[in-house]
Design a protein around this ligand. Structure first.
Ligand SMILES: Nc1ncnc2c1ncn2[C@@H]1O[C@H](COP(=O)(O)OP(=O)(O)O)[C@@H](O)[C@H]1O
Ligand SMILES: [Mg+2]
Length: 422
């Protein structure tokens, strides 16, 4: 009931968080994020009548809570994200169990901007860490409370726009809050020491395709990536169009395993010798794709995702099937080309509009007025292909208009039912 679920008149507001969001690229921020990542409590479901019955202050608070709910929707498993996450968790766990020194097979996560690479990888790494910390706790009991936590099983860093090899080393050292020596050799040494001292077993380098590979730094960069692979960590490289970025120069695909192999140039071993001994630095490449609206399985996955979003919305006039029935799914697909991040932006902004205008439900007409904003573009590297193309001039599908593509009607008969209390 209303009285049990809404904050009372003078209580602190539990869903508001003070301060900036945690910075995952520093170990303290990563820890903070890891612990709170699943703790957001969405606003309670209220009917229109219950909402009207609230005092003005409570109604305002509830609206704030609804807004917080719409901009903090949880990550949903999609078939595409599940594939990436499973591969990554499996790889991290297997590698972390290896006792022998030597290179660990790495992972490259490839996909266009806003397709969920960062969030999928961070979530998989965090759940790996949850398990790892638990074990570490058993292995090393009795750590002194209040001392600096030197155990950093996962290091997550992001490259700045137009990064150089030194920039990459600094980004890694920043995770640990370590100082930056002046020369590249010293930086690499410091990175190696930090990874060893903090028992890091997974090193995630996000936006790795920001490394510019058309200047004299090229060879330095490629050498550095090789050096990182030689540390006892699982290297996870995340980027847009990794194959086209130049990062794989000198590498080849082992036809037997499908893995990318980086030969050791300095030792002068040739491809055949490397493949024959199964050694070398090996990477699996996995693509994180957008939803696909051309197959039944793809449409089903997209509808499941929409149903998951719908369930999280707190609009007072929403109804079951608001996003999943009629022409809405196809319209949402056309607006976003099935890119999860664009869909999220559209829904967030649409909900804000629906609350402001008191329409309190999402319709094609309302969404047609909603522009997809990508947020802070300074944070994105256009040259590295991070800004996705946003479809423009998408018209509402009209039943009688000529179709650009045969609409799949297999899943159309779910029926529109009004929500209880509407
Ligand atoms: N599986 C998912 N379910 C719901 N939202 C997602 C999912 N994956 C990504 N998102 C959202 O999409 C947006 C873009 O994701 P992000 O990981 O930053 O993409 P990328 O790193 O590929 O550019 C973020 O707001 C993120 O929360
Ligand atoms: Mg990203």
């Amino acid at each position: 009931m209303v009285d049990q679920t809404t904050p009372d008149e003078h209580a602190v507001v539990p869903f508001l968080r003070a301060g900036p969001p945690p910075d995952r690229t520093r170990w303290e921020g990563w820890q903070q994020w890891r612990k709170i990542r699943d703790t957001f409590v969405p606003a309670p479901h209220l009917t229109l009548a219950e909402h009207q019955y609230l005092s003005p202050r409570r109604r305002a608070l509830h609206d704030l809570h609804r807004t917080a709910t719409h901009v903090n929707m949880r990550l949903q498993e999609t078939p595409m994200s599940m594939r990436v996450a499973n591969l990554m968790r499996g790889r991290l766990q297997n590698n972390a169990m290896k006792f022998m020194p030597g290179t660990r097979d790495g992972l490259m996560i490839n996909g266009g901007g806003f397709q969920g690479k960062t969030e999928t990888a961070c979530d998989a790494a965090a759940s790996f860490e949850d398990v790892r910390r638990n074990i570490h706790h058993q292995l090393l009991p009795g750590r002194t409370p209040g001392t600096r936590d030197v155990f950093v099983p996962v290091a997550y860093c992001r490259l700045p726009v137009r990064a150089t090899p030194k920039g990459l080393c600094k980004a890694i050292l920043n995770v640990y809050g370590d100082p930056h020596p002046g020369t590249l050799d010293d930086l690499v040494r410091a990175v190696r020491d930090a990874i060893r001292d903090h028992h890091t077993s997974a090193l995630l380098i996000d936006d790795v395709t920001r490394l510019r590979l058309h200047r004299e730094d090229d060879q330095d960069t490629l050498d550095l990536i090789r050096e990182l692979m030689d540390l006892n960590v699982t290297l996870v490289l995340i980027g847009v169009d990794i194959p086209g970025s130049g990062l794989l120069r000198g590498a080849y695909v082992d036809p037997r395993t499908g893995q990318w192999v980086f030969p050791d140039v300095k030792n002068g071993k040739n491809h055949e010798a490397m493949a024959a001994t199964q050694t070398g630095r090996r990477f699996d490449m996995v693509d994180l794709d957008p939803f696909d609206y051309s197959t039944l399985a793809g449409i089903t996955a997209f509808l499941d995702h929409l149903a998951g979003i719908e369930e999280q919305l707190r609009l007072l006039r929403s109804f079951t099937g608001m996003l999943t029935t009629g022409e809405m799914p196809e319209y949402l697909f056309d607006r976003t080309r099935g890119v999860v991040g664009l869909l999220r932006r559209l829904i967030e902004d649409g909900c804000a509009e629906a609350i402001t205008t008191r329409e309190e439900r999402l319709t094609k007409e309302l969404l047609a007025r909603t522009t997809i904003h990508l947020g802070n573009l300074n944070d994105l590297d256009e040259g590295a292909g991070e800004i996705p193309e946003i479809p423009q001039d998408v018209t509402s599908p009209q039943p009688e208009s000529p179709r650009k593509r045969g609409r799949n009607t297999v899943l159309d008969d779910r029926g529109e039912r009004p929500a209880a209390g509407d």
